[in-house]
Write a protein that binds this ligand. Structure first.
Ligand SMILES: Cc1cc2nc3c(=O)[nH]c(=O)nc-3n(C[C@H](O)[C@H](O)[C@H](O)COP(=O)(O)OP(=O)(O)OC[C@H]3O[C@@H](n4cnc5c(N)ncnc54)[C@H](O)[C@@H]3O)c2cc1C
Length: 393
């Protein structure tokens, strides 16, 4: 790998050097000038700086000295978020392929229970940053703790759940580590040499982009909850629990938590066992009652495609898809849903997909296990009656 080196001892006029870069990537650093992430490697600075910036081959590869797959185990009040366990399962599979170790790291207060549980999911080492300063999430204290963890353990890969917390923490950590981050991955894989293959929808979900991080370590990715399979909990606990030293520097924060109030419990589609989805085949808001009745009969949650959410017919938290929730219920019944890539991205992992659509060529039938071609205004009430009478499903 080649990288740009600023020869600070030759820089007498920082402003003149910085002005050479068309992208503003030459910035003041700890000991003079340095090059930040805006650099496009256009090499204008190399050509015009009269030797002050040179392009040099790195003797060591970027991966040298970095080893292992680390999973951030998110906790809330000491309780683990299941996405961390899903990521540990995936990390275990990738580690087996690339011959690496798996680490888990948790930041919070009162983490003993969480640490014990993590030992049942294949982490060879569980590192805890357990301190009263971490009792509530604050992006600066958590970033400081994770930065300390990465610098101490030097894992080649760091995986973080794309939860509300993870989406705030991961970019800040990546920036601090001056490495890349692929957000919202839907597929992860690893080559034998430890290179992480990160796949995520791009251009509005019309293509799946495969991204690698060849020049920097650690490789960082966030993954949505319910995208990876939950691994089996092993009966035997394994792995070592290590308590990391928490310093005053990590505790220092510009954020003061005045009060923490639990949020009102809202529908959580991601936890639903059964879901009935309304699509644009439903002609009016009043007709949503048809879908609601089927959902009641199945003890299911009601969800909708994006056009219905945009029409204000349902709470936005009930949208499934790329820009909505990712769900994995045991049963999902779609009513008048075409099966766009953006919708399918949020539900294709469901256990059993039943699709009702009047168009036999609708792409929802490509991913459904049971397809019913017909008018939902006839099919759905009939199906509901059969379920209520105990004659179906
Ligand atoms: C960046 C981006 C992100 C997006 N994110 C999402 C997302 O998260 N979730 C999402 O849902 N969409 C999302 N979309 C929109 C997506 O592209 C589709 O427009 C949307 O999913 C279509 O919703 P639909 O299937 O309800 O409607 P349509 O595509 O209009 O399909 C309606 C279906 O109903 C059938 N139908 C009509 N009448 C009947 C009837 N009487 N009986 C039975 N079937 C009938 C039709 O045959 C048709 O297949 C996104 C788009 C973009 C660009």
């Amino acid at each position: 790998m080649a990288r740009l080196i600023v020869h600070k001892e030759l820089v007498d006029d920082f402003g003149k050097l910085a002005a050479l870069c068309p992208f503003g990537a030459i910035v003041p650093g700890h000991e003079g000038a340095e090059i930040d992430g805006r650099c496009r490697m256009c090499l204008v600075c190399v050509r015009r700086s009269e030797g002050r910036v040179t392009l040099e081959e790195d003797a060591k590869g970027p991966a040298e000295g970095w080893d292992g797959i680390a999973v951030f185990a998110e906790t809330e009040g000491g309780r683990l978020h299941p996405v961390g366990l899903e990521l540990l399962g995936k990390a275990g599979l990738m580690a087996a392929r690339s011959g690496q170790k798996v680490l888990a790291v948790a930041v919070g207060h009162g983490l003993d229970g969480a640490a014990d549980e993590l030992r049942h999911y294949g982490a060879g080492r569980v590192v805890l940053y357990d301190d009263a300063a971490f009792a509530h999430y604050r992006v600066d204290t958590y970033t400081a703790a994770l930065h300390d963890f990465v610098m101490a353990e030097r894992p080649g890969t760091v995986l973080i759940g794309a939860t509300t917390l993870g989406r705030s923490l991961a970019p800040r950590l990546a920036a601090r580590l001056r490495t890349g981050l692929t957000a919202d991955c839907t597929v992860l894989d690893m080559e034998e040499d430890g290179s992480l293959i990160q796949t995520r929808p791009a251009f509005g979900g019309n293509i799946m982009a495969t991204i690698k991080t060849p020049a920097h370590r650690p490789q960082m990715a966030t993954v949505r909850y319910k995208v990876m399979d939950m691994p089996e909990r092993s009966k035997e606990a394994s792995g070592l629990v290590v308590r990391a030293a928490v310093t005053d520097g990590m505790r220092r924060s510009g954020i003061e938590v005045l009060e923490a109030r639990p949020k009102e419990k809202v529908v959580d589609l991601t936890e639903a066992d059964a879901i009935v989805v309304a699509g644009r085949g439903i002609k009016s808001q009043a007709d949503m009652a048809i879908v609601g009745r089927l959902a009641d009969a199945l003890h299911a949650q009601v969800a909708a495609t994006r056009p219905l959410i945009e029409a204000g017919w349902q709470d936005p938290r009930r949208q499934i898809g790329l820009s909505g929730r990712t769900v994995k219920p045991r049963l999902i019944v779609t009513c008048g849903v075409s099966g766009s890539v953006q919708f399918a991205a949020g539900m294709r992992g469901s256990g059993r997909i039943v699709a009702i659509n009047s168009d036999a060529d609708a792409s929802i039938f490509d991913i459904s296990h049971i397809g019913i071609v017909g008018d939902l205004y006839e099919v759905v009430p009939r199906l509901t009656r059969m379920i209520e009478d105990g004659r179906a499903i």
